[in-house]
Design a binder for this molecule. Structure first.
Ligand code: EPU
Length: 432
């Protein structure tokens, strides 16, 4: 097992380049199963979740050719099976996209239920509702989602999502790409990765309109053929480095981003006294004065992202005054707060709201990551804290952040990745 040893209290200076978006990559890679030909996918982040999803495709019989660490070519012409192994699929939340992709292309899918829930109940009823409306029979038996359509091809349908769901929107979009007729998704999610998936599918020959609004129309086509596509930069990775500079002070140029995607995070940091200078595909982040309190409520895009909630809470623990953070997407995403308290943060959680009394400084301590973004929040807090912190269970962090320790080292952080003896009681990473 790996842990991060951080000597905190140093401001960050320099430049950091943002990798491809995890939550786009883990959808676009399964979507390659819809394509009868070779797709070349560029700007893929080098993270363990991507490695896993590629391994699942390989098991199903897709040919995968690695061109360089960030580019693969996937050919899904001779798929051997429409059933995933339990061992791999249950380790990653995004394995549910294999249902939409396999069902859309082959008319059947058997996929292990996605892994355990680390921040509350994570139902997939809206995905199932969508597939059913398109003519599939869907059941959950023996830990597997079984989906099948008589005649092998789904038909278009009007689907109103009861909750704004990223996963259901993308899964239905995939299934509908090759369906007969038109599918309309209403109350669709609008996250940048929804638009990225639609652009990927359209570049392979799909006919999808309205992605990025709350009504998406998918006119089913007979076949998708190959092509080349580059994944967008990761909004949350960029936001995490912005938050790190806010917490430690200093000045960092965050490169390879789409500034528009960052507006919800930029606005909050500016309110907290952080200077943000926007250019075409970079943001310059500077914090010299004290941090001010702020209230934050997580919302679907374009609101403040839930995947930045732990990181902003870590920053606010050092702001002057009392801040309120309200989590409105997940019902249990504050498990990391006890770890921040070990560093000296003063935070009280009452159901969905965290009340944060800013403290003058944090002090280093041994702490443990409990999920991906929680882990990122602990890294931020440890970078700002006086003294030494040791963060364990960093396999969660490495599921979604490419080379986080080297990237921070390049900004002057004193962070080392250290191997420690494996302990059987360390949990597997299984959310996302
Ligand atoms: N929901 C339902 N029924 C469904 C689907 C969702 O009730 O069928 C509810 C959920 O319980 C939740 C809300 O709808 O309260 C939103 O869930 P959503 O479906 O949008 O989440 P997801 O697709 O499972 C993705 C990201 C998460 C991110 C959420 C919200 C991936 C692989 N995961 O999850 O990312 O928090 O959208 O933006 O794309 C992360 O990257 O750290 C991460 C957890």
């Amino acid at each position: 097992m790996t842990k991060y040893v951080i000597e905190g209290g140093k401001p960050l200076f320099g430049e950091v380049t943002i990798s491809g978006a995890k939550n786009a990559a883990v959808a676009i890679i399964p979507a390659a199963l819809l394509v009868n030909g070779t797709c070349r996918i560029e700007n893929i982040p080098k993270i363990s979740d991507v490695h896993l999803i590629l391994k699942i495709l390989d098991e199903l019989g897709a040919e995968i050719r690695s061109i360089n660490p960030h580019t693969v070519e996937i050919t899904a012409t001779h798929i051997r099976s429409t059933r995933t192994s339990h061992e791999l699929a249950q380790r990653i939340r995004a394995s549910y996209y294999l249902v939409g992709a396999l069902l859309g292309r082959f008319g059947r899918a058997e996929v292990s239920m996605p892994g355990g829930c680390n921040f509350g109940v994570r139902p997939i009823d809206q995905h199932i509702k969508g597939f059913t409306a398109m003519g599939a029979k869907v059941s959950v038996e023996n830990g597997f989602i079984h989906a099948q359509v008589d005649g092998g091809r789904l038909h278009g349908a009007n689907i109103y999502l009861d909750v704004v769901s990223v996963g259901a929107t993308m899964n239905i979009m995939m299934a509908a790409a090759l369906a007969e007729g038109t599918t309309v998704i209403e109350n669709a999610a609008k996250e940048p990765h929804i638009v990225d998936l639609a652009n990927f599918l359209n570049s392979m020959g799909a006919n999808i309109r309205g992605a990025g609004t709350d009504t998406i129309k998918i006119h089913g086509v007979e076949q998708l053929s190959g092509g080349s596509y580059a994944i967008i930069p990761d909004q949350i990775e960029a936001g995490t480095y912005m938050a790190a500079v806010a917490a430690t002070g200093g000045q960092v140029l965050v490169k390879n981003i789409i500034p528009k995607h960052m507006d919800c995070i930029t606005a909050k940091l500016v309110e907290m006294g952080v200077e943000v200078e926007e250019n075409e595909d970079t943001l310059l982040i500077r914090r010299t004065g004290p941090l001010q309190k702020a209230n934050v409520k997580t919302m679907p895009y374009p609101g403040f992202p839930t995947d930045m909630q732990p990181q902003i809470t870590a920053v606010l623990s050092l702001a002057q005054g009392t801040s309120l953070v309200t989590e409105s997407v997940w019902n249990n995403r504050y498990r990391y707060v006890d770890e921040l308290k070990r560093l000296g943060a003063s935070i009280q959680v009452d159901e969905k709201t965290a009340v944060i009394e800013g403290v003058d400084h944090l002090t280093g301590a041994p702490i443990q990551a409990c999920d991906l973004r929680a882990g990122a929040a602990l890294v931020i807090a440890a970078l700002a804290a006086h003294g030494r912190s040791e963060i364990s269970c960093v396999q969660y962090i490495e599921r979604g952040y490419e080379d986080i320790a080297p990237k921070l080292q390049a900004l002057g952080a004193n962070i080392r990745s250290v191997e420690e003896a494996s302990e059987s009681d360390q949990p597997e990473a299984n959310i996302g």
